[in-house]
Design a protein around this ligand. Structure first.
Ligand code: DON
Length: 576
């Protein structure tokens, strides 16, 4: 493997080439699908999102005098139109905002909540077995959506645009339509069976005769445009108390869904302190519960700080070994301890302490894998392919935004709210339907993450901001279900330990271990020699599909560098 010692952001063209060489299949796929990612440098700001239209809109907002939060909120709404498989107003997420001037880093928790009528065994059959169909593909799969309230809160606290101004590009895209990229057409082709089951979903995503849209055609969403216009005219509470809320409540009532108009009216986003840790002198801020992301990225970094990772080498067997050992231990703790802190006590301080990391590091044998069942017990489940979306935006006012939001699976529950034109999430599957039973990502949970009324389901989303000497330095995060935390970890390590520029840091092959199943999952591009060495240490290594899409921004010496993840062919980083 080539050791990339180029400084961040410099000689990007060469690094893009190295990236292409090291990730042949992924890069070639991106090119075949219509390559649109551009390693970028900017003097005044940078927007990296998973869709080139959203990146362009965000950049334009900043070019016209808006700040990074204005750009982020505008991009968030635009993605709800251009990338309905994960961009959303029917889901939820987390946003970290760093304001260099005040030194504040705040977290907006706009994660979905369980409806008031939700109960612990709602996804179990009469035999007490978890039924995944119920938690994934029914109206009860949806938590009360938080996106509209969360984005509006961000704008209110830090933005300069009105909500109507931030919604205008999304409304235009929904009303006038946009040219369908290959990835969009392919996604709808693959999800056809699931989406076509519901009349409203079929009407939005397929032609009148049920046939597929193809790349290059124009895609319009008049119902969604009308919904966004209502929100622009009446404010964010329209979604929760106005006609949109009525349409959601009607949709639920028609299909025996538990969510009511009262649940919608009661929804509020929450301001939280992010988890804070340090790594080799950098300050790392990431999402606190109800996400597990911040707790475990800091925990893993604490463990890994005890090794000279830079000297051990990027994706060498020794590096992958210690990373996997750290990952296993973190994910075992996740299953036991993590949940919504409004309902359960989470020992956050302990999990993120250097002393606890020292203890865990001592258990790691440099020559031998610790089997997962020696760490704790559980039942592994295969992975599923899914979708969330992350974007990172920074401006030259010292504001940086790291946002991950989702409807859980690609296209969420698959259910469009009739008349409102947007998809509902299936986030309820992120609760543990039954203690010890894995969710769609093979993640196991217990009491801390059991279903309770109005509780937020545990997440892995890890929007992260790394600061250096009080300045915003790296803004990152990713989709990828259980792989989110480890993907984000590796972008941070690639920059800090391996000295990569941000484009390389997001592009190079990644690995993942989540305790159960007991295997190191790798992307294409890890050498057979390395795999052999890992197997000799007792690891099971399994090469599977690409993981995550870590749209990232790095700021150094007043320059803004974008890393658009080539694992999504529509990814784009645009500077100004
Ligand atoms: O909150 C979570 O952890 C999951 N619902 C995220 C799902 C996800 O990232 C799917 N995509 N790639």
């Amino acid at each position: 493997m080539i050791r990339l010692t180029l400084r961040h952001g410099r000689r990007l063209a060469l690094c893009a080439l190295l990236t292409t060489l090291s990730l042949p299949a992924i890069a070639q796929q991106a090119i075949l699908e219509g390559e649109r990612f551009h390693p970028q440098e900017g003097q005044h700001g940078m927007a990296a999102t998973s869709h080139y239209l959203a990146s362009k809109i965000a950049r334009d907002v900043m070019q016209d005098g808006g700040n990074a939060v204005d750009a982020a909120v505008t991009a968030g709404f635009a993605l709800a139109v251009t990338q309905p498989r994960s961009g959303n107003i029917g889901g939820g997420g987390f946003m970290l905002i760093s304001d260099e001037e005040s030194g504040d880093v705040i977290a907006i928790d706009y994660r979905e909540k369980a409806p008031a009528a939700a109960y612990e065994t709602m996804f179990q059959n009469d035999q007490g077995e978890a039924v995944s169909e119920l938690s994934r593909y029914t109206h009860n799969a949806s938590g009360v959506p938080g996106t509209v309230a969360g984005l509006a809160l961000a704008l209110d606290k830090y933005g300069t645009l009105s909500l109507a101004e931030a919604l205008a590009p999304a409304i235009r895209l929904a009303e006038e339509g946009f040219e369908i990229p290959p990835r969009f057409a392919n996604g709808l082709r693959d999800a056809r069976e699931r989406l076509s089951q519901w009349d409203a979903s079929r009407a939005v995503f397929y032609k009148e005769d049920g046939s597929l849209y193809t790349a290059g055609e124009t895609f319009r969403q008049p119902d969604l445009a009308a919904t966004l216009k209502r929100i622009a005219a009446h404010g964010p509470r329209e979604f929760y108390e106005g006609k949109t809320a009525e349409l959601i409540a009607q949709e639920m009532a028609k299909h025996d869904g538990l969510m009511t108009a009262e649940d919608l009216a009661a929804y509020q986003p929450t301001l939280r302190d992010p988890v804070h840790g340090t790594y080799r002198g950098y300050d790392v801020y990431a999402m606190s519960p109800p996400s597990s992301g911040g707790a475990h990225i800091v925990q893993m970094l604490n463990i890994l700080e005890g090794y000279d990772i830079g000297e051990m080498g990027f994706n060498s067997a020794r590096t992958i070994h210690v990373m996997s050992e750290a990952m296993k231990r973190a994910y075992a703790d996740r299953a036991e301890y993590l949940g919504d802190t409004d309902f359960v006590d989470v020992p956050l301080e302990g999990i993120t302490s250097k002393a606890y990391a020292d203890e865990l590091r001592e258990q790691i044998d440099m020559g031998r894998a610790t089997p997962s069942d020696a760490i704790a017990a559980g039942d592994p489940l295969p992975y599923e392919s899914n979708e969330t979306t992350h974007f990172s935006i920074a401006d030259d006012n010292g504001l940086a935004v790291s946002n991950t939001y989702t409807i859980n699976f690609s296209y969420g529950s698959g259910i469009v709210v009739d008349g409102a034109g947007f998809l509902l999430n299936n986030e309820m599957d992120d609760f543990s339907a039954k203690p010890g039973t894995p969710n769609a990502y093979g993640l196991i949970g217990g009491d801390a993450n059991k279903i309770e009324p109005n509780k937020r389901m545990l997440s892995s989303m890890t929007p992260t901001i790394v600061k250096k000497d009080g300045k915003n330095f790296l803004i990152t995060g990713s989709p990828g279900g259980s792989r989110i935390i480890t993907t984000t970890l590796q972008v941070v390590m690639n920059v800090i330990d391996h000295d990569m520029n941000v484009q390389s840091a997001v592009s190079v092959p990644r690995i993942h271990h989540q305790w159960l199943p007991d295997e190191i999952r790798i992307e294409e591009g890890i050498s057979p020699d390395t795999i052999g060495l890992l197997e000799a240490m007792g690891h099971t290594v399994s090469q599977q599909d690409a993981m995550g899409a870590a749209q990232s921004v790095l700021i150094e010496d007043g320059h803004y560098y974008g890393g658009a993840d080539p694992r999504r062919s529509t990814s784009s980083a645009l500077g100004l």
